[in-house]
Design a protein around this ligand. Sequence first.
Ligand SMILES: *Cc1c(COP(=O)(O)O)cnc(C)c1O
Length: 376
Amino acid sequence: MEKKIWLSSPHMSGKEQKYIEEAFSENWIAPLGPNVNGFEKELAEYTGVKNVAALSSGTGALHLALILLGVNSGDEILCSSFTFSASANPIIYQNAKPIFIDSEKDTWNMDPELLEKAIKDRISKGIKPKAIILVHLYGMPAKMNEIVAISKKYEIPLIEDAAEALGSKYQGKMVGSFGDISILSFNGNKIITTSGGGALLSDNQEIVEKARFLATQARDDAPHYQHSHIGYNYRMSNILAGIGRGQLEVINDRVNKRRSVYNFYIDLLKDIKGIKFHKEPNEDYFSNRWLTAIIIDPKETGVTRENLRLGLNSYNIESRPLWKPMHLQPIFSESKAYVNGTSENLFNNGLCLPSGSNMSKEDYERIEIAIKKFFK
Ligand SMILES: *Cc1c(COP(=O)(O)O)cnc(C)c1O
């Protein structure tokens, strides 16, 4: 069997080792230290957001974001339905209630019209939602003008889940710089990785300082261990931040590579009727192309996305259905959702194709042969 081609695998630059060695030589193995400070500063410069806290995961960052916005038991949180469950799980950690919002067809992200409808409906029932969790799926920026305007109009804070979208831009401005709070993930399959990690970003310095405080067990300022808050162990270690610094040096290259993977598939599939891509709607949108996703019309192509997935799998090439929307997940079956059928349809017919920035020429050739044979 030929070696597996993964959907998205870690891609080290070789620059990570230098930072890790520095940490070892100075014995900064403990959490916190110069790499954490450096990584936070460099992330702030790259994203244009003033303050960054490096954390142990994107999920932890979302959890802290909700805590920092005062989300408590029984509060309602508006959340993109078409996403990975990590976007929604922290709502449950706070005993709050997710209210899922379906997607629009242009970006596949949260539908602003449905969002406003949901807000009006909740307010008419006497409950004003406490926050909006907005996801930029597969790196595609959401309709930010509309979403930000709704967040401002109803004074509901916006949390941007940019876990999949580092390097993406909307109207030339980095995704992750629109929300009151934003989060990033550096999990192993993301566009850059620290093997595991995340970050919380905000222009509000107080919020980010409080995130650092809560993420290090909420120690009061005293020589002994004293606590007036419940704390968490959510900080990033100095070793992993070293990996992050090496990765961030090459982020632009990684975005370019992923975008060229997308163009490879466009070219490869251009003559096959019934295949649609996750297109940037217009020049306002710049996607990091974390994963290339296609929609297969079974009527026009005569095949389903599952046929293609299994076909690729027989060549040891990994592909994966799109995220199953949260409103269709067994665990959230009791949750309220405002739906229009878009994400369900995308899930039923969509497939993510191998999109790693480290795919070799041979990998591209194998994918090309497998796809051409499949559609012959
Ligand atoms: C990966 C991901 C997360 C979670 O990040 P972790 O660092 O794995 O905890 C959250 N939201 C989305 C949309 C993701 O893709």
